[in-house]
Design a protein around this ligand. Structure first.
Ligand SMILES: N[C@@H](CCC(=O)N[C@@H](CS)C(=O)NCC(=O)O)C(=O)O
Length: 222
């Protein structure tokens, strides 16, 4: 049965899923949802995800949202080592994926909304929100930087879904400019992923292409 993934190429969340699918050799049909046109809030789309968020997986009767849940679904289907090679690794992969959702990516979303979204909509940036996001990002990045001091990957000795989830916020750094260069081990790790995981580099190209085209069309540079 065809696996459809609804999403916008400019989305870091979609990128997590398209990267994982490529890595696992899972064929997907990507259905475009133009987020700049609000297409995730149409009555039809809200039947797929009432939160109006992408990506969404659709396979027959199965509908699934949340990129991490989608990636776990795909990895279980493919029996992929991206979920960890042992029970211990799997628990650690899940630990980092849950942490990433609750304590990491959320603050990059706040930063993006203020530094990029607000500007695109001609609204003032909320400096208090930006400062909160920066302080949370710095605190978490410090822990990641220490964790990555003597490791190539977040868990074990190979790429896992934890790397994909934690590296995802780097997708928008050219635009929202978080202070990640202050953390050399973390920065080197994400650069290594780009250099050694072709699927990660390919999806970055797709994302940047989409974002650059949109912002140059509306005359915004970052
Ligand atoms: N926690 C969700 C985040 C989903 C999300 O925030 N998606 C954004 C794009 S990256 C979206 O669809 N935004 C549309 C909107 O807010 O209208 C996941 O991991 O999939």
């Amino acid at each position: 049965m065809t696996i459809k993934i609804h999403g916008d190429l400019g989305s870091g969340s979609l990128r997590r899923v398209t990267t994982a699918a490529k890595l696992m050799g899972i064929e997907i049909e990507r259905i475009n949802v133009d987020l700049f046109k609000g297409e995730s809030h149409t009555p039809e789309f809200l039947k797929l995800n009432p939160h109006g968020l992408t990506p969404v997986l659709q396979e027959g009767e199965t509908i699934l949202w949340e990129s991490s849940a989608i990636n776990i679904y795909l990895a279980e289907k493919a029996n992929s080592p991206l979920l960890g090679k042992t029970a211990k690794e799997r628990s650690e992969v899940l630990q980092w994926m849950f942490w990433s959702g609750e304590q990491w990516r959320v603050f990059f979303v706040l930063l993006f909304d203020e530094r990029v979204g607000a500007r695109a909509m001609g609204k003032p940036q909320n400096i208090a929100v930006i400062n909160l996001a920066l302080s949370k990002i710095r605190a978490a990045a410090q822990v990641l930087d220490t964790h990555l001091a003597d490791r190539q990957f977040i868990v074990g000795d190979e790429l896992t879904l934890a790397d994909i989830d934690i590296a995802a916020p780097f997708s928008q750094i050219n635009r929202s400019k978080p202070p990640l260069e202050e953390f050399p081990n973390l920065y080197a790790w994400q650069q290594r992923l780009l250099d050694t995981v072709p699927a990660w580099a390919e999806t970055k190209g797709e994302l940047d292409g989409r974002m650059d085209a949109f912002f140059s069309a509306v005359g915004l540079t970052f």
